[in-house]
Design a protein around this ligand. Structure first.
Ligand SMILES: [Zn+2]
Length: 101
Protein backbone atom coordinates (compact mmCIF):
# COMPACT_ATOMS: atom_id res chain seq x y z
CA UNK A 1 0.00 0.00 0.00
CA UNK A 2 2.40 2.62 -1.16
CA UNK A 3 3.17 5.20 -3.79
CA UNK A 4 6.92 5.00 -3.09
CA UNK A 5 9.45 3.96 -5.76
CA UNK A 6 9.79 0.31 -4.74
CA UNK A 7 10.25 -2.47 -7.28
CA UNK A 8 6.50 -3.25 -7.25
CA UNK A 9 5.96 0.31 -8.44
CA UNK A 10 8.48 -0.07 -11.28
CA UNK A 11 10.91 2.10 -9.31
CA UNK A 12 8.71 5.17 -9.70
CA UNK A 13 6.78 7.46 -7.42
CA UNK A 14 3.08 7.49 -8.30
CA UNK A 15 1.96 11.05 -7.79
CA UNK A 16 -0.99 13.23 -8.69
CA UNK A 17 -1.06 16.75 -10.08
CA UNK A 18 -3.36 19.52 -8.92
CA UNK A 19 -6.37 18.17 -10.77
CA UNK A 20 -6.16 14.80 -8.98
CA UNK A 21 -7.32 12.83 -11.99
CA UNK A 22 -4.51 10.44 -12.78
CA UNK A 23 -1.61 8.77 -11.07
CA UNK A 24 1.60 9.57 -12.96
CA UNK A 25 4.96 7.83 -12.66
CA UNK A 26 7.89 10.01 -11.62
CA UNK A 27 11.32 8.33 -11.70
CA UNK A 28 12.44 7.32 -8.20
CA UNK A 29 15.73 9.18 -8.53
CA UNK A 30 14.00 12.42 -9.57
CA UNK A 31 12.58 13.04 -6.08
CA UNK A 32 14.17 12.18 -2.75
CA UNK A 33 12.27 10.85 0.23
CA UNK A 34 13.27 14.01 2.08
CA UNK A 35 11.67 16.13 -0.65
CA UNK A 36 8.49 14.09 -0.34
CA UNK A 37 8.49 14.58 3.44
CA UNK A 38 9.06 18.32 3.02
CA UNK A 39 6.28 18.46 0.45
CA UNK A 40 3.84 16.93 2.93
CA UNK A 41 5.06 18.91 5.92
CA UNK A 42 4.99 22.23 4.07
CA UNK A 43 1.91 21.48 1.94
CA UNK A 44 3.92 22.29 -1.16
CA UNK A 45 3.94 20.30 -4.42
CA UNK A 46 7.08 18.99 -6.13
CA UNK A 47 8.11 20.04 -9.64
CA UNK A 48 9.26 17.07 -11.74
CA UNK A 49 8.81 15.41 -15.10
CA UNK A 50 6.71 12.26 -15.26
CA UNK A 51 7.48 9.23 -17.43
CA UNK A 52 4.88 10.44 -19.96
CA UNK A 53 6.74 13.74 -20.33
CA UNK A 54 4.31 15.91 -18.38
CA UNK A 55 6.13 18.48 -16.28
CA UNK A 56 3.91 19.44 -13.39
CA UNK A 57 3.81 20.08 -9.69
CA UNK A 58 3.02 16.80 -7.96
CA UNK A 59 1.54 15.69 -4.68
CA UNK A 60 1.83 12.37 -2.93
CA UNK A 61 -1.67 10.93 -3.26
CA UNK A 62 -3.80 10.12 -0.25
CA UNK A 63 -4.89 6.56 0.44
CA UNK A 64 -8.08 6.89 -1.56
CA UNK A 65 -6.24 8.19 -4.61
CA UNK A 66 -3.61 5.48 -4.40
CA UNK A 67 -6.31 2.84 -4.50
CA UNK A 68 -8.85 4.31 -6.85
CA UNK A 69 -7.26 6.61 -9.40
CA UNK A 70 -6.54 5.43 -12.89
CA UNK A 71 -2.89 5.30 -13.88
CA UNK A 72 -1.76 7.59 -16.69
CA UNK A 73 -1.68 5.38 -19.80
CA UNK A 74 1.34 7.07 -21.44
CA UNK A 75 3.26 6.65 -18.17
CA UNK A 76 2.37 2.94 -18.07
CA UNK A 77 3.36 2.54 -21.72
CA UNK A 78 6.69 4.25 -21.03
CA UNK A 79 7.35 1.84 -18.15
CA UNK A 80 6.12 -1.24 -19.98
CA UNK A 81 3.41 -2.01 -17.43
CA UNK A 82 -0.33 -2.43 -18.05
CA UNK A 83 -2.63 0.49 -17.32
CA UNK A 84 -5.01 0.07 -14.43
CA UNK A 85 -6.25 1.57 -11.18
CA UNK A 86 -4.19 2.54 -8.17
CA UNK A 87 -0.44 2.27 -7.85
CA UNK A 88 1.05 -0.95 -9.30
CA UNK A 89 1.98 -2.03 -5.75
CA UNK A 90 -1.59 -1.58 -4.56
CA UNK A 91 -2.92 -3.44 -7.55
CA UNK A 92 -0.54 -6.34 -6.85
CA UNK A 93 -1.79 -6.40 -3.24
CA UNK A 94 -5.38 -6.56 -4.41
CA UNK A 95 -4.63 -9.35 -6.89
CA UNK A 96 -2.89 -11.38 -4.20
CA UNK A 97 -5.90 -10.99 -1.90
CA UNK A 98 -8.26 -12.08 -4.69
CA UNK A 99 -6.26 -15.22 -5.28
CA UNK A 100 -6.42 -16.19 -1.62
CA UNK A 101 -10.19 -15.92 -1.40
ZN1 LIG B 1 1.79 10.36 -17.01
Amino acid sequence: MTAHPISENAGHWWLVSGKWRRLHAIPGQAITRQQIRDSIDENRPLLARAACGMRRRWWLPGLFSRLGRRRCTPCCTALGIPPGYGTPANEADLNRKDQHQ
